[in-house]
Ligand binder design. Structure first.
Ligand code: GDP
Ligand code: IMO
Ligand code: MG
Length: 432
């Protein structure tokens, strides 16, 4: 068996959680492989909304195993809060939620350093979620980090103390950052008891043995490919590899064991935080997208910046991820637009290109193609041929330009609002 992947193709919040929850039914296991509580994955099941930050989005499917892989950075406080929400709705997760011992821990002082780093950058700030992600990955690559497995070692308290002292030394340069260390530490130590009560496993063996037994595994990406530390809009990115290759390091899966790669894109585009966004709209249409799409961050509540779908950007992330199937989300958000646009190329330094230059700055002028809107509600549509012809035009255009079949069309936040698109591929398919 191979591991199938779900990855975000834009700047995050593409609707990955919803699609993972839907598809999880077809798998035995869902594994998160990178990121941490900067993620906010929203699921809407039987009228109830759940936002997951660390726990994989397969947790609401009975009997399904959910693994927090070694590539994830875990804040025990956030994890404990998520767990108490599961308990409140009586989700039986105890034997189904596993944590890789090699996953790194976010200490309270990592959050302090995140705030200090943003404060130092002033106007050039990344717009981080301030969850301590960057400093934790820095300690990981700097070989100073603490891992879940360390919680079970006798010298854990000393290791914790040493790392905390180092952080306090660094943050002393930023006395302007307010941080109630005592309270945060008390919460953290309470929460690690909950983390330790979960099944902590050697994730790499667990996942590979499951594959050998023929189990079906879905890897759940967090963030979006344009936030990837290597290929995103650096430095306005997150601190992990968000693309498919992150699965190999973040779960311990060999490249030849990756199967289908399902890329998720909104029918338009959003970004939260700072950094370039070529198709961003600063006009009433952008506001209309924000309002109709309820575009406010699931983790921070910040308004998301909105714009049209960007084909050069998607071609880039389809290439980087090796996408074999697409899921298009939030098409219903466009229900009330008279016209819809898609950027087909960029005008860059006097030449037309569909490649992303080294720096995505305001020298890039997107070139748009326009489409008629459908100006109608699509709530009643559950089959692809029930969708208005204008949507078909848009889908055909996207498929033929992106050269990947659109297998799912999401028409609302609810689990069941997903149209499977079994049409014979209008493009040559690489599906496995
Ligand atoms: P993720 O981080 O990729 O999992 O996405 P988020 O949960 O941060 O943001 C996606 C938002 O869009 C959530 O509020 C979802 O409930 C919502 N959503 C997902 N799919 C659809 C859809 O097809 N239509 C609408 N209107 N909302 C959707
Ligand atoms: P999901 O999984 C959208 C953005 C932040 C900021 C930058 C760096 O829900 O799609 P960080 O906290 O990692 O230091 O922030 O990345 N960012 C996200 N934007 N969705 C996310 O996750 C994000 N995770 C981080 O807004 O611009
Ligand atoms: Mg999100």
């Amino acid at each position: 068996m191979k591991v199938d992947a779900i990855v975000g193709l834009q700047w995050g919040d593409e609707g990955k959680g919803k699609i993972v929850d839907y598809l999880a039914d077809q798998y035995d296991m869902v594994c998160r492989f990178q990121g941490g509580p900067n993620a906010g994955h929203t699921l809407k099941i039987e009228g109830k909304k759940f936002v997951l930050h660390t726990i994989p989005s397969g947790i609401f499917r009975d009997a399904l195993i959910n693994v927090i892989g070694n590539g994830v950075v875990i804040d025990p406080i956030t994890l404990a809060a998520e767990i108490s929400k599961l308990e409140a709705v009586k989700v039986d997760f105890r034997d189904r939620l596993l944590v890789a011992k090699k996953a790194h821990l976010i200490l309270p002082t990592h959050r302090l350093l995140d705030a200090a780093s943003e404060s130092a950058k002033g106007k050039a700030k990344i717009g981080s979620t301030l969850k301590g992600i960057g400093p934790t990955y820095m300690d990981k690559t700097g070989r100073n980090g603490l891992r879940v497995g360390d919680l079970f070692m006798n010298d854990f308290k000393e290791k914790y103390q040493a790392l905390k002292e180092k952080h306090l030394g660094l943050s002393a340069l930023h006395p302007e950052v307010e941080f109630d260390l005592e309270t945060e530490e008390a919460k953290w130590f309470d929460s690690i008891k909950i983390l330790k009560s979960l099944k902590c496993v050697d994730g790499e063996y667990f996942v590979n043995e499951a594959l050998q037994k023929g189990q079906r595994i879905l890897a759940e990406g967090a963030q979006g490919s344009m936030l990837d530390i290597d290929f995103g809009t650096y430095p306005f990115v997150t601190s992990s590899n968000t693309i498919t290759s992150g699965i190999c390091n973040g779960l311990g899966v060999a490249p030849r064991n990756i199967g289908d790669v399902i890329g998720i894109t909104k029918a338009y585009c959003t970004r939260v935080g700072s950094g370039p966004f070529p198709t961003e709209l600063f006009d009433p249409i952008g506001e209309q997208l924000q309002t109709a799409g309820h575009e406010f961050g699931a983790t921070t509540g910040r308004p998301r910046r909105c714009g049209w779908i960007d084909l050069p950007q998607l071609l880039y992330t389809i290439m980087l991820n090796g996408v074999t199937k697409l899921a298009l989300t939030k098409i219903d958000v466009l229900n009330e637009f008279n016209e819809i646009k898609a950027a087909t190329h960029y005008d860059f330094q006097g030449a037309v290109t569909n490649k992303l230059p080294f720096q995505l700055d305001n020298q890039i002028k997107p070139v748009y193609k326009r489409f008629d809107g459908w100006n109608s509600n699509i709530d009643h549509c559950s089959l692809v041929n029930e969708l208005p012809s204008q949507i078909h035009n848009y889908l055909d255009f996207l498929e033929s330009n992106l050269q990947v079949p659109i297998r799912w069309i999401s028409t609302g936040p609810e689990r069941e609002k997903l149209i499977h698109n079994p049409r014979g591929p209008s493009v040559k398919s690489n599906e496995t």
